[in-house]
Design a protein around this ligand. Structure first.
Ligand SMILES: *[C@@H]1O[C@H](CO)[C@@H](O)[C@H](O)[C@H]1NC(C)=O
Length: 870
């Protein structure tokens, strides 16, 4: 909840154009405890104006035309409440004054409605007042009738409970709100436990219509009712200290019942009633519903949509967060949402299973060649396509699964790694006119320990060169650039010569540019060398890791060529590819070259021995893009790509047996841009993120199961355009900083450091910092390599002279490797959580302006906001 406070303060309520209202509605004026309207991802159901009839209309307007409203004749008396199954968008349960509960299978278009119910439950002793499907267990339905609650197993058409008297709300694994007007008390109950297990407390003082909702899987409960003054009030309860409410807040003195609608992902509470009456003038509000999260327009930053039922219209009211860049998916606004797959069957649940809902990432489907920045007009995860987070290799991305894994499985010592953006003083800001639509094979920008290169939007492939030693605001005037003369396909710095930049052009040529020491002072027009030979434009280029002056390039002409920069000549031309070459990587020893390509193969060459692949094996099936890096001492290949369902996956191969296929496959998430890996040999940690992503995934790679050990990821509030790592020597080892990167944003570059939290920082953490490869000095000349020599890089000990290795720390000094868990934000104590929840609630309900401490470190930058809105 606190994460979202900042956003919530600035929500914009979109007044819908009248054309978006759904007309031809004749809503009933039923008096019941139901919301009168509910929505699934496909359909809207509402109380129609004749008893026993619900109106059914599709949620989306199919062809821009009018939506047809159908009538479901479902009961012989008033329909008092109804609910869609969270796992089946067409399954509707209805309860009625005729004492029965029925379950209906509707059609996707909301027409051709069934004449009879699929299941009939009851009759109960008196009218059914309330109905609610279980949020995580399949086919579990709670009904409230009179003073009784029943829990039904819908598939078995039978009641799981006998009937338990006087249950007002059921325990959180059930997540229902059921309120009984005859009693002012709130009671909590686990229907699977003995009825005596209940707790009770005085609820609202006035016994008029009250509502209860669980705040998701937390221990908090929220109630809306009336106080003695007959004012509407909201109360927040901690069920572990149920003797009194944590918070009570009077809203107004309207007499109509308030309907609380709560979105668990964002913590957004909408109290419908008077609030909505204020914003829509037409007609009296009969009811209100939240549209399911998966049906929202995430690309428009729509965080909630309320459907207001009036006498003659259904009015959709969107709540959006105003972001400048609306073409991108703002991951921070859309945490994993409860998915459409149940996490337990009714039987499992009844037997005591308390699984959390399976979470779904919001999926955005892009055109195949999408770089991740193109904009689909709408975006959603259609429920049938929404994959739940899968765990092919035992790892997944939801935090609950991750923490479960960290309890059960082997865990990484980098598990608590923390990525932090360094202070503003170190940023380069006021970058203008960047070309952020570089091809998928290009990282977007490139950097070495001294400077970075980034392409500009201007014609003729201009490249800006920025010195890392000169952070700060760039002048408004244009800065000196490299005039490449043709658009940039890919580019990289010579690892052994910090002044030398190789640029592959769309004109099939590679130009080698030399930056004067200290940086670019004037326009650079003449390259140092031009490499000619490819017959079509180039995908990517890569310098040799050991030998000076050796460069490899891949091209649309399906070849990989190896160049000697001294002679400017092509020296080798590798064959065997039959489609686009997504990525190439030299082995750390410089003997081999691996490629991954669109023809679904991973290939391995020994270029000096053969121009044909030495080995090949099955690669990722998805054709959106892929990357390859060497891992674990050069004995393994790590490929990131897409499977046939467009999920982003990691594949680990043994480099000496590619044909056997990957030894491990893991699903990361669903997102359109290729995950670009950076592998740190010293720690065996791989960092993965895509252009346009907000999250950097971190895994330690190990050579036995489970192969991928998930570590804390780094997330930012706005998407990065590129994320490039710097050499180990830039890391501050005293701060246990084991990786340092540069993050390119729309108009700035900022350093991000990754640290391992350690207590005894006065010791050199030699387990984190083994001697590192001096890969920035060549080990061979081009001639030596070309004539068959091999060599090894020097190694460098990173230990500062004045520090003692932690492995040699005196025995009497107790060395605790990890800081206590409370150090980590993700592991808050109950007290902390309660504090935050409370302050968030107080702030929201009291409508105060930005009162929260977390505002100072969460949310997005000030300049990302279009404006401030209540
Ligand atoms: C941006 O760069 C790509 C190649 O990297 C090029 O195709 C495109 O034309 C450039 N866009 C502009 C506006 O210069």
């Amino acid at each position: 909840i606190p994460l979202f406070c900042k956003q919530l303060f600035r929500l914009v309520e979109l007044q819908p154009a009248r054309a978006a209202w759904i007309g031809d509605i004749r809503a009933g004026t039923t008096v019941s405890y139901g919301n009168q309207i509910k929505a699934s991802c496909h359909l809207i159901a509402f109380n129609a104006d004749s008893a026993g009839v619900l109106g059914i209309v599709s949620l989306d307007c199919q062809d821009g035309g009018k939506r047809a409203v159908s009538q479901l004749h479902c009961h012989s008396d008033t329909v008092t409440d109804f609910d869609f199954s969270p796992f089946d968008q067409l399954l509707l349960a209805t309860g009625s004054a005729d004492k029965t509960v029925k379950v209906w299978c509707l059609s996707e278009n909301g027409q051709d409605l069934p004449a009879s119910a699929g299941v009939i439950l009851g009759p109960e002793g008196c009218q059914v007042d309330m109905l609610q499907f279980h949020s995580t267990a399949d086919g579990v339905l709670a009904s409230g009738a009179g003073r009784r609650v029943k829990i039904w197993d819908v598939a078995q058409q039978q009641s799981l409970t006998g009937s338990a008297p006087e249950m007002l709300a059921v325990h959180k694994p059930l997540v229902v709100s059921l309120f009984f007007p005859q009693d002012k008390k709130l009671r909590i109950f686990d229907p699977r436990a003995k009825p005596t297990a209940s707790q009770s407390v005085q609820g609202h003082e006035n016994n008029k219509d009250s509502r209860l909702i669980w705040m998701d899987a937390s221990d908090y409960l929220l109630s809306v009712g009336f106080n003695q003054m007959r004012e509407r009030e909201v109360k927040l309860w901690d069920t572990r200290r149920f003797s009194h409410s944590l918070l009570s807040c009077a809203l107004d003195s309207s007499s109509g019942a308030a309907i609380p609608l709560f979105d668990t992902d964002t913590g957004l509470l909408v109290v419908a009633g008077k609030v909505i009456n204020q914003c829509v003038t037409e007609g009296k509000t009969q009811g209100a519903a939240l549209v399911p999260k998966l049906a929202l327009d995430v690309m428009a930053c729509e965080v909630a949509r309320v459907l207001q039922l009036t006498d003659s219209f259904i009015v959709p009211i969107s709540y959006t967060v105003p972001r400048k860049s609306v073409q991108e998916f703002h991951e921070d606004l859309f945490p994993d949402s409860a998915g459409t797959l149940p996490s337990a069957s009714s039987q499992e649940w009844w037997a005591g299973d308390n699984k959390q809902p399976s979470l779904t990432h919001h999926v955005v489907l892009f055109p195949q060649d999408g770089s991740g920045l193109s904009s689909p007009s709408s975006s959603l995860t259609s429920p049938s396509m929404a994959p739940s987070v899968s765990t092919t290799s035992g790892f997944a991305s939801s935090s609950s699964q991750r923490s479960l894994q960290s309890i059960l499985g082997p865990s990484s010592k980098f598990r608590h790694a923390q990525g932090t953006v360094l202070h503003r003083d170190t940023h380069i800001t006021n970058l203008k006119g960047l070309n952020l639509t570089t091809p998928g094979e290009c990282n977007g920008f490139c950097a070495n320990q001294q400077r970075l290169a980034v392409p500009l939007l201007s014609a003729g492939g201009q490249i800006a060169i920025l010195e890392l030693s000169k952070p700060g605001r760039l002048p408004d005037t244009s800065i000196p650039t490299i005039q490449n003369g043709t658009p940039v396909a890919d580019f990289c710095w010579d690892p052994f010569d910090l002044q030398r930049l190789a640029v592959a052009g769309e004109d099939a040529k590679i130009r080698i540019w030399r930056i004067p020491p200290g940086g670019l002072q004037k326009m650079l027009l003449e390259p140092e060398a031009v490499l000619r030979g490819h017959t079509e434009k180039i995908y990517s280029i890569q310098f040799h890791p050991q030998a000076a002056d050796i460069l490899a390039s891949s091209s649309y002409d399906m070849t990989v060529r190896i160049w000697d920069l001294r002679t400017k000549q092509e020296v080798l031309c590798l064959k065997g590819h039959t489609d686009q070459i997504f990525s190439l990587a030299w082995s750390p020893d410089g003997r081999k070259l691996a490629t991954v390509s669109k023809d679904g193969r991973v290939r391995l060459y020994k270029p000096r021995q053969s121009l044909e692949p030495e080995q090949d094996g099955p690669g990722p099936e998805g054709s959106r893009g892929a990357r390859v890096v060497w891992a674990c001492g050069g004995h393994y290949l790590l490929v990131s790509g897409f499977d046939s369902r467009s999920e982003r996956q990691l594949y680990l191969y043994k480099a000496d047996s590619l044909s056997a296929g990957p030894i491990a496959v893991g699903t990361v998430d669903v997102s359109p841009s290729t995950l670009i890996p950076f592998y740190d040999e010293d720690t065996s940690v791989v960092f993965l993120t895509g252009k346009g992503d907000t999250r950097v995934f971190v895994y330690e790679i190990v050579t036995e199961a489970p192969f991928f050990l998930e570590c804390n990821s780094f997330s930012s509030s706005d998407p990065h355009k590129g994320f490039v790592f710097l050499p180990k020597t830039t890391c501050n080892v005293r701060e246990v900083e084991f990786a340092r990167a540069l993050r390119l944003r729309q108009s700035s570059v900022e350093p991000v450091v990754f640290k391992v939290p350690r207590v005894k920082k006065e010791f050199f953490q030699d387990d984190i910092f083994p001697p590192t490869t001096v890969w920035w000095e060549p080990a061979l000349t081009a001639t030596a390599w070309l004539t068959g020599s091999n060599a090894q890089h020097q190694m460098l000990n990173l230990q500062p002279k004045d520090m003692t290795p932690v492995s040699e720390a005196p025995k009497d000094v107790p060395v605790r490797k990890y800081a206590p868990s409370s150090v980590y934000l993700e592991e808050k104590s109950d007290e902390q959580k309660k504090e935050e929840l409370l302050s968030a609630m107080v702030a929201k309900l009291g409508n105060r302006e930005d009162p929260l401490p977390q505002d100072s470190f969460e949310g997005v930058d000030e300049d990302e906001w279009v404006g401030r809105h209540g």
